[in-house]
Design a protein around this ligand. Structure first.
Ligand code: NAD
Length: 251
């Protein structure tokens, strides 16, 4: 079976760098017209797509951008929610603002953009949505409570949406990356020891490391997204696909 992605319009949030940029490139190489959206920079687009500035925390802007993407590029058949922020720190030191900002982007952004796109997909009775969450949504991590909780919310929201949209033939899935070599991950490392702890584990933090012994590259995550967005996954919905080299020891 072909991927069925050729000629489809795809909207990818958080597309200016890291995993979002890799997803946009991977969808473009499948023949999608990709529109990349990001908060402050115009990400590159492709084949009749383009780039838009969009802060996923802004409901009005989300509706306006989704409208204009449909008017200029065509009906959105593929939405990939990648935009995200990472806030770290022990719970006892987290500020209200750390919590609300993390949820506003990681969970609220997924809600707003998915709602705007799903409203338009439903009458057409076609489309697919993939949310990039995190393996931290399924495994407790010290110093990552706000982030992990926001990703769990995004993942469960996406699966509930998949249930609501199944009758319209619209599939909604989650990709849960582990440590992936992007600016977000590198921003967490301060020494070579931090890099080693990511790979080999940190017993004092109850982290097991990565059994496959390597970090993910953004394209590893992008390949999983493309698969779930493609017709090859036509009978898969409400799934949570972990791409973490075994780090969460999931069955
Ligand atoms: P990154 O920081 O390199 O890129 C994230 C992108 O999202 C940036 O371009 C940023 O500008 C954009 N963004 C942030 N807030 C936004 C907003 N309000 N509106 C629009 N765009 C916004 O991060 P990454 O590592 O490429 O992560 C991509 C996604 O994957 C994130 O959701 C992240 O939580 C998730 N993830 C990353 C890792 C990892 O190890 N890198 C692991 C698990 C999950």
């Amino acid at each position: 079976m072909t991927s069925g992605l050729a000629g489809k319009v795809a909207l990818v949030t958080g597309a200016a760098q890291g995993i979002g940029a890799a997803v946009a490139a991977a969808l473009a190489s499948e023949g999608c017209r990709v529109v990349g959206a990001d908060r402050t920079r115009y990400p590159g687009g492709s084949r009749g797509g383009g780039g838009v500035v969009l802060d996923v925390r802004d409901s009005v802007a989300v509706e306006r951008v989704v409208d204009s993407v449909e008017a200029t590029a065509g009906p959105i058949d593929v939405l990939v929610n990648v935009a995200g922020v990472l806030t770290t720190g022990p719970v006892v030191e987290l500020r209200d603002d750390d919590w609300t900002t993390t949820f506003d982007v990681n969970a609220g952004g997924v809600f707003r953009v998915s709602r705007a796109v799903a409203r338009r997909m439903v009458p057409r009775r076609r489309g697919t949505i993939v949310t990039v969450a995190s393996n931290a949504a399924g495994v407790p991590r010290s110093g990552m409570a706000a982030y992990a909780a926001s990703k769990a919310a995004a993942a469960q929201f996406t699966r509930c949406l998949g249930l609501e949209l199944a009758e319209f033939g619209i599939r909604c899935n989650v990709v849960a990356p582990g440590s992936t070599d992007t600016p977000m991950l590198r921003g967490m490392w301060h020494t070579e020891a931090d890099h080693d702890a990511t790979l080999r584990g940190a017993p004092h933090q109850y982290r097991v490391g990565i059994p496959l012994g390597r970090l993910a590259e953004p394209r590893d995550v992008a390949d999983a997204v493309v698969f779930l967005a493609s017709d090859r996954a036509r009978h898969i919905t409400m799934h949570d696909l972990y791409v973490d080299g075994g780090a969460s020891l999931r069955a």
